[in-house]
Each structure stands twice: as C-alpha cells, then as structure tokens.
Design a protein around this ligand. Sequence first.
Ligand code: FE2
Length: 192
Amino acid sequence: MAFSLPDLPYAKGALAPHMSEETLDFHYGKHHKTYVDKANGLVEGTDFANASLEEVIMNSEGGLFNNVAQIWNHTFFWNSLTPNGGAPSATLQGELEKAFGSVDAFKEKFTNTAINTFGSGWAWLVKTADGGLDVVSTSNAGTPMTSGQSALLTCDVWEHAYYIDYRNARPKYLEAFWALVNWDFVEQNLNA
Ligand SMILES: [Fe+2]
C-alpha cells in the first residue's frame, strides 16, 4: 500500500493572512509531499510495503520512522487548522478548565511549550494513557502515539512552518496559530 498525500481540508490560500498560500505551497506541496515520496521509496520491496501508516510508525526507526511519522504529523497538523477558527465548545472548554485551570492557561502552556521546543519539533495537546490531558513537545519527527498518547491538537514548530510568513519569529507564528485552531477537530479527537 503506497502512502499518499491527503487532500488539504481547505484551499491553499484559505488560511491567509495568518498562514499564506506560499507557505502552504512549500509546507504542504513540497515538505509534506517529500515525506510521502521518501517513505514510499523506503518501504518498497520490504515487509512494510503493505502495512498501514500507523503500523510502520510503531515498528520502524531511523529514516523510515522519520518520514512516516512526518506524514502522519503533517496530516494531523492540517486537520488541526481551519479558516473558521473560533473558540472551544462549552464541553471542550470544561475539559480544558479541568486539566489546566482555564482555556487561557492551556493556551499559555501550549504556546510556551511550542516556543521552547529546541530546534525542530512539534507541540501537542494529548490525552495520556490514564485519560488525562497534557501538553507535550516532540523533537524532529517525534509523535505521541509511540508514547501511548492520543494526539488532540498539534502545532508544527519546524522553521519550514513559519519562515516565509514570520521569518525567525516563532512567537508571532504561535499568535497566528491560535486564530486558526480547529476546536471541533480537537473535540472529535477527545471523544474518539
Ligand atoms: Fe512541517
């Protein structure tokens, strides 16, 4: 089973001005696509050729892991965004308050985690194995499923995610991120 580049859930220009069409051209059209192409090349003719993306993520390492995990992380990231960002529902707000004290406290913790992720990586809201919510950072292609956590929301903090729009200013990119969060997607993941 070859891996494929999933369609974006919106038009490439739909996230502007927070995230430009040019960023999507590169980030989705080149970076994400390259992970797909490389992963397909690496599994061809191996025991992983017919495995699902999740199976390969859970059972690979090195270059193959990096590429398959990046496919999954990026697809999850695009789904974490929407041109119609708003606020969490009352239900989700209650869950965030229970875990972090308030929605603002959650956003502050997530933002600080994203900004302080050293080098390339990801910030995540996750459901932990015991059912609680937590904010975690992963390096490079790291992904929560290998730690037994379920991803609810992510922000890509690789420089390729923000360099075109915000140059080196990761905090400015995080401000823009909050305008784009797909809270319905977060809630669906929480209830899954
Ligand atoms: Fe990325």
